[in-house]
Write a protein that binds this ligand. Structure first.
Ligand SMILES: Cc1cc2nc3c(=O)[nH]c(=O)nc-3n(C[C@H](O)[C@H](O)[C@H](O)COP(=O)(O)O)c2cc1C
Ligand SMILES: [Mn+2]
Length: 476
């Protein structure tokens, strides 16, 4: 195939952005090095090989899309931009992709490298692969972190692809954790309500684009089209023999089976994206595996969560911020300058910058954002700032909150909103997962905006003249 994970690794290697690591153990060493790497400068993609106890070329890759350069390579984005200009360029790209989704339905093919090895019956053994235990306190080894879980709606036939974590309980039994409200959750639920097992595929190694679209809240069931639109070429899929579900022909490893309605297994604890082992150990669905398909010398796409900034934080900030901005425009909210998350607050702390046009404009934007699907999952704070504040610059945002909001009048609390079993602030066991959220209006007061004290600033002419005159101040 034109562009698979292996081709991608060659490109990353050519950029000098790939580090091979030999001999790291699956038991926490791969996970610890992965996490140490997130805070290194530069922070290459890591390709682990010669993992003790495994064939030397059974590999694990991590950090695939941790950096601006590798995200740009994967999504064909302009290089070298940052902050709001980058967000605007990404929004433009998203609009282009979303306008051509219908042109990229996936095509079905008959063969692909993933069929090089087909395991069934007694040969099914998930520990055949170097599945990492990622964090010290994890309840086991997780094969699915940067994965793509494929399910089908039993009524409409729509196929969805989502990233949901997959633990290996024993060599034949993986467990899966899907949050309520996810598309995959709805598919499992529909089957189970009819008393049927839910057919499922889990691809655990593939081009990073497959993973990065699976983990994004794209329109329901449009993931394969989305991947096609980004690549400018339809996805090539194989029809899986037992479940009938379609999967990428150049995947590295695919697990096929059924999620039964009546069986669960203790799942977790697992180090999660907010930086805690919050969901503890609970019963969660399992997969009864019928087949495993894999390429020779397969590569696991690892993307463990961790205390942010982590494997996914740069990518999520970029894509979710851009998508939320686009959704606000579609909702008819004018004069949005930008939407920003920080790599540590993620969707829990979102800032929107607007040019206030009418009384209530700021609150309207904030309330909508707090309930959008991609933000509603565990958001806690939505901050609205004026157009002179860069929402992607957390220093700017804190300055605006500190100087333009008055806690008594500018903070609203919304109660009993959507949370999750992974919320560190909910004491377990719990029967339902709610949180609350705060809207912080850190805009200048609309009714006396013109009188608000002037910000200290220097005219841009003066600044540029001085840059020319004193070249050590040239700046960027
Ligand atoms: C690395 C990573 C791991 C994730 N793990 C899970 C998970 O275990 N369970 C879950 O429900 N969502 C998880 N998510 C979030 C979903 O993948 C995301 O909400 C996606 O949009 C789900 O697809 P869907 O919108 O088709 O349901 C994860 C996201 C990332 C980036
Ligand atoms: Mn979906």
């Amino acid at each position: 195939m034109a562009d698979d994970l292996r081709d991608w690794l060659v490109k990353v290697d050519k950029l000098g952005d790939l580090e091979r690591i030999e001999g790291a153990k699956w038991d926490t060493e791969i996970g610890c090095l992965t996490s140490m790497n997130w805070r290194r400068q530069p922070s290459p993609a890591l390709l682990f090989n010669k993992i003790p106890g495994y064939p030397p070329e059974f590999r694990v890759v991590t950090g695939s899309t941790r950096t601006p350069g590798r995200v740009a390579l994967t999504f064909n984005l302009p290089q070298g931009l940052k902050g709001l200009p980058l967000m605007d360029a990404v929004r433009q790209k998203i609009n282009e992709w979303e306008s051509v989704l219908e042109k990229y339905p996936p095509v079905m093919v008959d063969s692909g490298p993933v069929l090089e090895n087909v395991l069934s019956g007694d040969d099914i053994d998930l520990f055949k692969f170097p599945v990492p235990k990622w964090h010290e306190e994890d309840g086991g080894r997780f094969i699915g972190t940067g994965d793509a879980v494929i399910t089908r709606d039993p009524e409409t036939g729509v196929v969805n692809v989502g990233t949901y974590r997959v633990q290996v309980h024993d060599k034949k039994t993986p467990g899966i954790y899907i949050s309520p409200g996810r598309h995959g959750f709805l598919h499992v639920q529909k089957n189970h309500l009819e008393g049927k097992a839910c057919p499922v595929l889990v691809s655990v190694g593939h081009h990073p684009l497959v993973f990065r679209i699976a983990c994004l809240e794209v329109p329901f069931g449009m993931e394969y089209q989305y991947m096609g639109a980004v690549r400018g070429e339809p996805m090539k899929l194989l029809k899986e023999e037992v479940t009938g579900l379609p999967f990428p022909a150049d995947s590295e490893i695919v697990i096929a089976g059924f999620i039964p309605p009546d069986k669960k297994h203790a799942e977790g604890p697992f180090g999660e994206w907010h930086g805690y082992y919050a969901s503890g150990e609970r019963p969660a669905p399992i997969i009864e595996v019928q087949r495993i398909y894999h390429r020779h010398n397969p590569i696991i796409m690892g993307s463990p969560p961790g205390r942010p900034p982590s494997d996914s934080s740069y990518y999520m900030v970029l894509m979710s911020g851009a998508m939320i901005h686009n959704e606000l425009l579609k909702a008819g909210i004018p004069d949005i300058r930008g939407v920003g998350f920080s790599e540590v607050g993620l969707q829990q702390f979102i800032t929107i910058s607007i040019k206030q046009r009418y009384a209530g404009h700021a609150k309207l934007a904030a309330l909508i954002v707090s309930q959008l699907r991609r933000a509603s999952y565990m958001n806690r704070y939505v901050v609205v700032v004026d157009e002179d504040i860069d929402p992607t610059d957390i220093q700017d945002v804190i300055w605006a909150i500190s100087t333009r909001s008055n806690p008594e009048t500018d903070i609203d609390i919304i109660r009993r909103t959507r949370s999750s079993a992974v919320d560190p602030q909910i004491r377990k066991p719990a029967t339902a997962f709610f949180n609350s959220r705060a809207i912080i209006d850190a805009c200048k007061p609309y009714e006396w905006i013109e009188e608000f004290p002037k910000v200290i600033d220097f005219k841009s002419d003066l600044v540029s003249d001085l840059r020319k005159k004193y070249t050590t101040f040239a700046g960027d």
